[in-house]
Design a protein around this ligand. Structure first.
Ligand SMILES: CN(C)C(=N)NCCC[C@H](N)C(=O)O
Length: 264
């Protein structure tokens, strides 16, 4: 199994993360002040995403990354490989994402002088507390919603990227840097616009069960959210998700493409 796609995915995920840092800091109230946890999580998850995507395409089309410009895979194959990458990335992402959401939803993200300490004092403390209080399965709370979010939307991510690259690149050639940046940025936006409804539900499922269970499952969470807040609930955060998605994914794809070309 070729491993360079996993390594390129890891490095490009880390570079994208640095660009997404200001947006995540806004969203997460200082959670990303330290960079080590996000690098350890997002970069590893990105490595799984790109590595599984490329190896699934290799299985489906018998072409390596270098051969794919001359023999472009069909959009059906790209979508299926993207969905496979999305499904497996969701499994790896689930515990990290749960920790992120739990920390994000703390009213006091860091200890204030004179006030009681926050429930979770950092990512490691948060993981240990969830494990202690909710068991191993607790670390995977909301994982189904995450898989439902990521499986189709990562398919959309790679279809958009490939579609735009093909549109603006002469046949058989590698896309230019500008094309890769624009296609990667729009791939990020398209996938996040599609992912936002389930992203909202996923976060609610991850917060559920902290004191008592509110939702019976993903469907129940969707129905009661719409009943109480209307259909607009599914678009909460779509603007910041899209604003973050463009630069993060432009840089992710650019570095991924160039690393693979460089390793040749
Ligand atoms: C849930 N969605 C939209 C995705 N997983 N999209 C593909 C990768 C996104 C990239 N790692 C990012 O953080 O923007």
């Amino acid at each position: 199994m070729p491993v360079e796609e996993f390594v390129a995915g890891w490095i490009s995920g880390a570079l994208g993360l640095v660009l997404g840092h200001p947006f995540d800091t806004v969203k997460l109230l200082g959670f990303f002040k330290g960079m080590s946890f996000p690098i350890a999580s997002i970069a590893v998850v990105n490595s799984v995403l790109f590595g599984v995507y490329s190896n699934t395409l290799l299985l489906l089309t018998a072409t390596s990354h270098q051969e794919r410009r001359a023999q472009p895979p069909s959009y059906t194959h790209i979508f299926l490989a993207g969905c496979t990458g999305g499904f497996l990335q969701a499994y790896c992402l689930a515990p990290f994402d749960l920790i992120k959401v739990r920390l994000q939803n703390q009213t006091e993200p860091v200890a204030q002088p004179g006030s009681p300490p926050p429930q979770y004092q950092g990512p490691v403390h948060c993981a240990a507390s969830i494990f202690r209080e909710e068991g191993y399965r607790g670390l995977f709370r909301g994982a189904w919603a995450l898989m439902l979010r990521d499986t189709p939307t990562v398919g959309i991510y790679f279809i958009t990227y490939e579609g735009l690259c093909r549109q603006y690149t002469p046949e058989g050639q590698n896309p230019s840097s500008a094309t890769v940046l624009v296609a990667g940025g729009f791939a990020g936006i398209a996938s996040w616009v599609a992912a936002t409804p389930l992203d909202v539900i996923k976060s609610r499922m991850q917060m559920d069960g902290l004191r008592r269970r509110v939702y019976q499952g993903v469907l129940d969470c969707m129905m009661s959210s719409v009943r109480q807040e209307g259909l607009g609930v599914f678009f909460r955060g779509v603007t910041i998700n899209s604003a973050r998605a463009f630069p993060v994914n432009a840089v992710t794809f650019l570095s991924y493409e160039y690393l693979l070309r460089w390793w040749g």
